[in-house]
Design a protein around this ligand. Sequence first.
Ligand code: 5AD
Ligand code: SF4
Length: 465
Amino acid sequence: MSDGETASNSGDGQRKVFVKTYGCQMNVYDSQRMADALARDGFVETDKADDADMVLLNTCHIREKAAEKVYSEIGRLRQLRDRRRKGGADMMIGVAGCVAQAEGREMIARAPAVDFVIGPTTYHRLPDVVARARGGEKVVETEFAVEDKFEHLPRQQARQVQRRGVAAFLTVQEGCDKFCTFCVVPYTRGAEVSRPVAQIVEEARRLVAAGVREITLLGQNVNAWHGEGADGRSWGLGELLHELAGIEGLARLRYTTSHPRDMDDALIAAHRDLDVLMPYLHLPVQAGSDRILKAMNRRHTAEDYRRLVDRIRAARPDIALSGDFIVGFPGETDDDFEDTMRLVRDVTYAQAFSFKYSPRPGTPGADMAGHVDEQVKSERLARLQALLAEQQAGFMQQLVGKEVSVLLEKPGREPGQLVGRSPFLQPVICDETVGKIGDIATVRIGRASANSLISEPVERRRHAA
Ligand code: 5AD
Ligand code: SF4
C-alpha cells in the first residue's frame, strides 16, 4: 500500500478497534487473537476508546468487583458514543469474555447500549457477529461449542510477533473440571479440553521462527493438559514440555496456572531436567486449613501441599513459588485463618495474589452457611498481604548482588534502558549496553524495588550522575 492510499484511507475507510482486557492471562491471549481476527476484517487496533469505531471489552467474572466494573465501563462508553454521535460518528460496543458468557442475553437487557455479546468459546465467529451487529441486530453468541473449542483461536501470524514482542503466550488447555466451590470458571469456561500436541508444537515453532524466545503455556488448569504424544503414548504436561524444549531457538518455557492435584512426577522431573523451563511456579493453594480446603472442594490437604512443595524444591532448589489465596471463605474461623498464615510461613512465596472471598451466584460457596463479615475479611486480608509482601521483599532482596539472566523485552521508561524479565518473572531494568531486545543478557542485580529489580550498570550510572 502506498502512502497516498494510507492517507486517503485514514479518513473514512480504516476502522479502529479498542480492545480492553480485564482479568487473567488467558484473556490477554484471547484479546490478541480477537484483535488479529478483526485485523483480517480491516480493523486496526487503537489504544484508546476516544477514537475507536468499536470497543470490545474482554471481561472477567472471577470476583464480583471485576464483573461490576464492566457495567460501569459500558455506562462511560455509552456517554462517549452519545457525544460521538452528535459529531456524526458512531461506535459499536461489544462484550466478550466471562461476564459475556455468564450473563448472555441478560447483559443486553441490563445494558442496552451493548451491540453484541460473545463468549470465550465462540471467538472464531467474531467477524460474523460483528457483521450481524452492524446490520442492526443485537447479537448474543454464547452457546458452548466444545467440538471446535480451539478453532476460536486463530493461529498466530508472524507479523503479530513483531507487534507483540519476544515473549508470547500459547493456549494449550481450556476450561476446568475441578469445581472449586468458590469459582465460576467451570461454568464460564466450560469443561476441560486439551489442545493436540501437533497443533501446539506447530504454533510454538511458528512463534520461534518469528523471533519469540520465551513461551508461556496457558490454561485455566494447565497441568491437567494431556494428549497423545508423538510416540503414541499418553502425555502429560511434563512430556509436552520436553517436546517443546527441543525447539531450536526457544530459550525459555513457562506455564500457568496449575492445580496441586495435577503436579505429577513427570512434571516435577521436568523442572529438574529442562534448563529452558524457568524456575518459577504459580501453584495456588487458596487456604491452609484442611476444613476450609475441603469446603472449597480442593481435594487435597495442607500437608499434601507442603509435601508437594518439598518435592518440587528437591527437583529445582532455586524455584520461585507464587500462589493465590482467598480469605473469609464461608465458615472460616480465626483458627482456620491462622492455618493459612502458618502455611504461608512454612512455604515462603516469592510472589502471591490474595483476595477476599466474593460469593459468585450459581457456585456452591454462595449458598453455604457462615458467611464471614466484610470487616473480618478485610482484617485477615491485610494481615496476609503484609506477610506476603514481606516474603516478596525478602525474595527480591536475596537477588541483590547476584547475577541473573534477563530476556530483554522492551525499551525502559527512561532513555538508555531496556526492561526484561528474570528467570523468576520479576521485571529487570537494564542498561541498553547489555544487549538488544530478544537477547538474553546476564546482569548483576544492584537494587530491588517493591516490584522490580535494577541491574548494576544502571545503578552505577545513577550514582555517577
Ligand atoms: N472470590 C475470591 N477469589 C476468587 N478467586 C476465584 N474465585 C474467587 C472468589 N469467588 C481467586 C482464586 C483463584 C484466582 C484466579 O482468583 O484465588 O486462584
Ligand atoms: Fe476455578 Fe478451581 Fe478450576 Fe482453578 S481449579 S479454575 S479455582 S474451579
